[in-house]
Design a protein around this ligand. Structure first.
Ligand SMILES: *[C@@H]1O[C@H](CO)[C@@H](O)[C@H](O)[C@H]1NC(C)=O
Ligand SMILES: *[C@@H]1O[C@H](CO)[C@@H](O)[C@H](O)[C@H]1NC(C)=O
Ligand SMILES: *[C@@H]1O[C@H](CO)[C@@H](O)[C@H](O)[C@H]1NC(C)=O
Ligand SMILES: *[C@@H]1O[C@H](CO)[C@@H](O)[C@H](O)[C@H]1NC(C)=O
Ligand SMILES: *[C@@H]1O[C@H](CO)[C@@H](O)[C@H](O)[C@H]1NC(C)=O
Length: 357
């Protein structure tokens, strides 16, 4: 074999190896990535917390509960019926963030990740997963994330707002301090996204802030967005994205309201000596993307496109709290040009989740 023939052969071999090891997934329809699941062995444990909330209209409580555990039956059947080609699953909130005992939180995370990898192992063409992590110790979180990504094939992490800790569950750990740098360093190194997802408040906060009729505001009506947007903004103002410029954080529920208020947030933060290098609007172009989960309103989608751009928005549903049919039909029906629609419904997720590598 001559030199150039040999080179061609090696290039061909390299391309073949790259192709044969690339992730193989169904890209023909919608991709959706804020979709809950509960490992059967943890169902009783996590079901004692205020989750799971209310089922979608027309779904019985019994069906709702079984939807959390199911993957290959009603979930997949409905995905086929409504054109969802690939779904990314994650352990329902609060997951490990709901355990103040570091040992128990770590056990829930590790066993949850093993169970998630196992349940989707025979159908990675249709399902991916995000890792749950105990956030009591940043180094331990980094090590488990690496294991989940490199050994289990998961696509990134989901963190359910702050990690509760302390004997009375009242110490709240936010991931904005330099103590969490080993975690963010690993996120950047692995080049995977982190989904920052809501959680319900610890009981001491409920007593202080959300009692009486205000308790109706706990959860999806308001408190989820208030808590998660505070945490996301705290990552910005404490310079996490300045220290780790390649990190991508995904927010659900149309950015937990942040794009609706960028004018006022940046105007006020600009008047103060905030230890961050960019504006929140700028971090939204470099480090933050958001999904449509549970917000199926076309005027709102148009507004958010106008504020942050269609390339920062990914379709998602929030099953089983939301109906797969309603969510998918919303996306199929939006009046956007074909390229923008394909970006939001499928292609942006392929980029953010690095599905092409
Ligand atoms: C790919 O996804 C579509 C839904 O968008 C589904 O109808 C089709 O059966 C899937 N293909 C395979 C081979 O699973
Ligand atoms: C994967 O395994 C489950 C049982 O755990 C089964 O119901 C399902 O059909 C299997 N899927 C594939 C694609 O083999
Ligand atoms: C965090 O975990 C690492 C790795 O297991 C360990 O070396 C370190 O001592 C832990 N830090 C704390 C404060 O417990
Ligand atoms: C702390 O939370 C755990 C479960 O998350 C619960 O069993 C325990 O009673 C709580 N402790 C206090 C003092 O609220
Ligand atoms: C960030 O990403 C760019 C582009 O992919 C890459 O060249 C650079 O090395 C990355 N930086 C870090 C610190 O990972």
């Amino acid at each position: 074999m001559g030199g150039s023939a040999m080179l061609t052969y090696l290039l061909f071999l390299g391309a073949w190896i790259a192709l044969s090891t690339a992730r193989h997934f169904n890209r023909s329809g919608l991709i959706t990535l804020e979709e809950a699941w509960i490992p059967a062995q943890f169902f009783d444990l996590v079901n004692t917390t205020p989750v799971p909330g209310n089922p979608p209209e027309g779904v019985s409580d019994a069906q709702f509960l079984s939807d959390f555990v199911d993957v290959h039956n009603q979930r997949l059947k409905t995905m086929d019926a409504v054109g969802i080609s690939y779904m990314v699953l994650s352990f329902a909130s609060p997951g490990p963030q709901g355990f103040s005992d570091p040992v128990q939180a770590q056990q829930v995370a590790v066993e949850g990740n093993n169970a998630l990898a196992a349940v989707i192992a025979n159908d990675t063409f249709r399902f991916g997963g995000l890792a749950s992590l105990s956030m009591h110790n940043a180094t331990e979180a980094a090590i488990e994330l690496r294991r989940a990504v490199t050994e289990l094939g998961l696509l990134g992490a989901i963190l359910n707002d702050y990690q509760q800790s302390g004997a009375d569950n009242s110490t709240l750990l936010f991931y904005d301090s330099t103590e969490y740098d080993p975690f963010w360093q690993m996120v950047q190194e692995l080049d995977v996204p982190v989904y920052l997802h809501p959680r319900t408040p610890v009981s001491s906060l409920i007593k202080l802030e959300w009692s009486g009729a205000r308790s109706f505001l706990i959860g999806a009506a308001w408190q989820f967005a208030a808590g998660t947007s505070e945490h996301a903004l705290s990552l910005c103002i404490n310079g996490v994205f300045d220290r780790f410029p390649n990190v991508t954080v995904i927010l659900g529920h149309m950015g937990e309201h942040i794009p609706s208020d960028l004018f006022r947030i940046d105007q006020q933060l600009g008047l103060e000596a905030v230890p961050m290098k960019k504006t929140i609007a700028e971090y939204y172009q470099t480090n933050i993307v958001q999904t449509t989960s549970a917000v199926f309103s076309e005027p709102l989608l148009d507004f958010h496109i106008s504020q942050i751009g269609a390339d920062r928005i990914l379709f998602s549903i929030d099953y089983p709290w939301q109906s797969l049919e309603v969510g998918a039909n919303f996306m199929h029906g939006v009046k956007l040009d074909a390229k923008t629609k394909a970006a939001i419904s499928t292609n942006n997720a392929i980029d953010v989740l690095r599905l092409n590598r």
